[in-house]
Design a protein around this ligand. Structure first.
Ligand code: BG6
Ligand code: MG
Length: 218
C-alpha cells in the first residue's frame, strides 16, 4: 500500500475561523477609519498576522509607529482569541472528520500546515490535537505563505517527498505555496478565487472517498 502525506491548512479548511479573523480585522481597520470588506479579507487569508496588518495599513495609506503596530497586533489577537475561546467540536467544517478518519483507516500520514500561531489552541478547542502525525504552524516558520516553507517542513516531518504530498487549502497564498512546493494542491472554496489549484471543491462534502483513495494510489 502507498503512503502519502496529507497536509491540511487550518483556518477555513478544518474550522471556520476565517469569519473570526474577519471580525477582528474589520474592527481594527474601522477603528483606524480604513474600510474593510470581504474582498479585502480574501487577500488576508493564509497571510501572517504581521503581513495582514501591513496590508491593511497600506490600503488605508497609514503609517504608524512600531509601538502602535505591536499594540494593534496584540489587540487584534486578543479580540480573535475571545471568539476562539467559545469554539467547540461543532465548528469543525462538514465532512472534515470523515476525510480524516478515512486517511487514518488507510494508514496515511497527516500534518497540519498553518500560518497561525494559535493553531495548537484551536486544535485543542475542537479536540483534534491528537489527530495529526505532525503539526507545523506559524511558530515554526520564518517565511509566510506563499513561501512553501510551512509545507516543506511538514513533508520533512512526515518523511514524505513533496511530490507525494497533497495540500488542502482555502487561500490564494496557500494554494500558491503548495504549487511552488511541487505538491498536489486541493483548493477548498470557489473556483473564481482558487483557479490555480489542481483540484477545487466547494467544501469537504464534495470530496468523495473515491477521490481520496485515487490520491493515495497515484
Ligand atoms: C492563517 C489565516 O491561517 O493564519 C490568516 O488564514 C491569519 O487570516 C494567519 O492571519 C495568522 O494567524 P494568527 O492566528 O497567528 O494570527
Ligand atoms: Mg486558511
Amino acid at each position: 500500500m502507498k503512503t502519502k502525506g496529507f497536509i491540511f491548512d487550518l483556518d477555513g479548511v478544518i474550522v471556520d475561523t476565517a469569519k473570526y479573523h474577519f471580525l477582528a480585522w474589520k474592527k481594527l481597520a474601522n477603528s483606524l477609519d480604513i474600510s474593510f470588506s470581504e474582498a479585502e479579507n480574501e487577500q488576508l487569508k493564509g497571510v501572517s498576522r504581521v503581513k495582514s496588518l501591513e496590508k491593511i495599513l497600506s490600503w488605508g495609506n497609514k503609517t504608524i509607529s512600531e509601538d502602535t503596530f505591536n499594540r494593534l497586533m496584540a489587540e487584534k489577537n486578543e479580540d480573535y482569541l475571545g471568539h476562539i475561546s467559545k469554539m467547540d467540536e461543532d465548528e469543525i467544517l462538514p465532512d472534515v472528520p470523515r476525510v480524516l478518519n478515512l486517511l487514518k483507516k488507510e494508514k496515511q500520514l497527516i500534518s497540519l500546515g498553518s500560518a497561525s500561531k494559535n493553531a495548537r489552541t484551536i486544535l485543542e478547542r475542537v479536540s483534534l490535537n491528537t489527530c495529526f502525525d505532525a503539526i507545523v504552524d506559524g511558530n515554526d516558520v520564518s517565511k509566510a505563505k506563499p513561501d512553501p516553507e510551512v509545507f516543506l517542513i511538514a513533508a520533512k516531518q512526515l518523511g514524505i517527498a513533496p511530490k507525494n504530498c497533497i495540500v488542502f487549502e482555502d487561500s490564494i497564498a496557500g494554494v500558491e505555496a503548495a504549487n511552488v512546493a511541487n505538491m498536489i494542491s486541493v483548493g477548498i472554496g470557489s473556483e473564481d478565487v482558487l483557479g490555480h489549484a489542481q483540484h477545487i471543491f466547494k467544501d469537504f462534502t464534495e470530496i468523495s472517498d473515491e477521490f481520496i483513495k485515487a490520491l493515495i494510489e497515484r
